[in-house]
Design a protein around this ligand. Structure first.
Ligand code: 5GP
Ligand code: ZN
Length: 114
């Protein structure tokens, strides 16, 4: 999708620090990290929000979770612990309207989140 920053990263049109990539998914460092580990896991297909994900696209969520686990292992937070976050729509805290999940770790996470 034109003007979508995550599509542009997925297409290698703008730079990001990529930590994982396959045919369907790309994972890269968040530009404004909220924890020592803060990686965004993004399907290459443009899907606006979690609510827009169709029933027959459930495989994309499986892939997001699988890559998030791979990233957690790569970043050595798998056993220490990490957080997998998916913000949806304004009150969910979504600011980039291309489906993505956050992998946050390397410090103690607070609960409940603000
Ligand atoms: P959201 O609030 O939509 O769940 O998360 C969007 C995330 O994307 C934010 O954590 C923000 O820092 C990150 N972000 C926004 N623009 C860019 C960018 O151009 N490059 C990278 N690497 N991260 C970005
Ligand atoms: Zn997009």
């Amino acid at each position: 999708m034109i003007d979508c920053i995550f599509c542009q990263i997925a297409n290698h049109e703008i730079d990001a620090t990529i930590v994982y990539e396959d045919e369907e998914i790309i994972a890269f460092e968040d530009i404004d990290p909220q924890a020592p580990v803060h990686v965004l896991v993004v399907p290459k297909k443009h899907i606006h929000t979690l609510i827009d994900l169709k029933e027959n696209e459930g495989e994309i969520l499986e892939q997001l979770v699988g890559v998030a686990k791979t990233v957690a292992v790569m970043k050595h937070v798998d056993h220490r612990g990490f957080r997998f976050v998916l913000n949806c729509n304004p009150e969910g805290g979504q600011t980039v309207y291309h489906l993505h999940a956050h992998v946050l770790g390397g410090r103690k996470m607070n609960w409940p989140p603000g």
